[in-house]
Design a protein around this ligand. Structure first.
Ligand code: HXC
Length: 257
């Protein structure tokens, strides 16, 4: 499929999706969502891809859902067609997914970054949930994922005042994993994705699934889930290989099985 709103590339075993609506600050419209879903499905099925980076431009990761498109929404059709529900398919991507953010990550853009497994921010990154200024509220996870990751106080502050926070504040409150100079952002994110891709994909995917379980369940159930998958790892050839390589003092050769 040829894409109009995103650019899809491979960098070794890392997939790279660049949001590409420069005239609209990478606003997230339906076409972009459909193309993201298609590109991610191909990356999920591509055995050579072990992790994915999602990025935007220097000026904007994404300035939110497309306000011009959204201004045409009406309750009945939005409800019946579950408008924006497709973003949960993006959030459910099973391989590791890193957001590389410089410039504005606002509204749905901030929510898309927060859907990723972690965020690497350039120094220029600005995060915010300005929906309140449009007479609406977040609708792609801002009230739920943010509350779970940065807590009630910051989430309320961002969603109720619509203010932006810079990269340092975002790192302090745990939204951002690392800050790097803007000029090193893509290189840093690709190198993190390639590092992840060098490990055993099933073990990495199980770690991701288990960490995400922490946001879905209580501690005892989460620990039980972790232990069960930990036990299951001893059915992987990669577990035998990883441990044998350590004992033999050599580099493991993982085969994703
Ligand atoms: C559609 C957008 C857009 C958006 C920017 N543009 N953001 N178009 N949807 N979210 C367009 C502008 O209309 C303009 O196009 C062009 O991009 C450049 O934007 P400017 O405003 O001229 O740039 P600048 O002055 O540098 O300001 C940048 C900005 C500002 C601070 C990011 O554009 C802004 O505040 N954008 C809206 C941010 C926002 O409210 N996001 C939340 C959306 S709601 P033209 O053609 O006019 O030149 C949301 C809900 C998600 O995300 C939940 C699901 C429902």
């Amino acid at each position: 499929m040829a894409y109009d709103t995103i650019i899809v590339e491979k960098r070794g075993e890392a997939g790279l999706i660049t949001l590409n609506r420069p005239k609209a600050m990478n606003a997230l419209n339906k076409a972009l969502l459909d193309e993201m879903i298609d590109a991610l499905a191909a990356m999920r099925d591509d055995a050579k891809i072990g992790a994915v980076v999602i990025t935007g431009s220097q000026k904007a990761f994404a300035a939110g859902a497309d306000i011009k498109e959204m201004s045409e929404f009406a309750f009945a059709s939005a409800y019946m067609h579950d408008a924006l529900g497709g973003w949960e398919t993006v959030a459910g991507f099973p391989k590791p997914m890193i957001a590389a953010v410089s410039g504005y990550a606002l509204g749905g853009g901030c929510e898309l970054a927060a859907m990723c497994d972690f965020i690497i921010a350039g120094e220029s990154a600005k995060f915010g949930q300005p929906e309140v200024t449009l007479g609406i509220m977040p609708g792609m996870g801002g009230t739920q994922r943010l509350a779970r990751s940065i807590g009630k106080a910051k989430t309320m502050d961002l969603c109720l005042t619509g203010r932006m926070m810079d990269a340092e504040e975002a790192e302090r409150c745990g939204l951002v994993a690392r800050i790097v100079p803007d000029t090193e952002l893509i290189e840093e994110a690709i190198s993190a994705a390639q590092k992840i891709a060098s490990f055993s994909l099933p073990s990495v995917m199980m770690a991701k699934e288990t960490i995400n379980q922490a946001f879905e369940t209580g501690l005892a159930e989460g620990l039980r889930f972790e232990r069960r998958l930990f036990h299951a790892m001893f059915a992987l050839e990669d577990q035998s290989e990883g441990m044998a390589a350590f004992i033999d003092k050599r580099t493991p050769s993982f085969r994703n099985r």
